[in-house]
Design a protein around this ligand. Sequence first.
Ligand code: IMP
Ligand code: MG
Length: 187
Amino acid sequence: MGKLTIERENKSYLFEEIISEAELCQRVKELGQQISIDYKGKVPIIIGVLNGSFLFMADLIRNLNIEFEVDFIKISSYGNDLKTSGSVSLIKDISANITGRDIIVVEDIVDSGLSVKYLYKKLSNNNPKSINVITCLKKKTKKDIDQLIKYIGFNISSSFVIGYGLDFEQKYRGLNSIYNLKSHTES
Ligand code: IMP
Ligand code: MG
């Protein structure tokens, strides 16, 4: 398993690989197959939550053998921090008309569940036929959010992770696997 050290403003952050590229690839394939079965004969609108979900979404849609449309929404909750800010703001709205449509929301990671709750409420206002959420990663959090999430790539511990779309201060999104913050020290 790979290790990664990131130096930032007198601190040294040690990250360790927890999910490999091959594991991600295999799981995304399985999720694509499952969604293709569940949505057979339907044409869902797949809404990617920017920025974090862009790689997961790109891989997921290439593993679907149904017809679908894509759109994007951009919200912010973490800012540049290592933890959630506690409030969600809309940065870019979808442009599709989702009324009467089957919606699949694609998240990179669900932590506190604040973002998913916000998205669910916001999209519900436009009366779609159905809304399901898929997330690549799910941290161990409160149970009340679980019923909103239909598909989960991997359940992980609640420490901070980067890679495969996920950032640390907007960087490292291009890493091919998922790394987890092991420790940080003053240097
Ligand atoms: P929630 O609203 O607390 O569930 O947080 C969701 C959003 O925060 C995710 O869509 C990510 O963009 C970001 N986030 C949560 N955990 C992490 C992490 O460990 N690394 C990077 N971003 C994260
Ligand atoms: Mg996100």
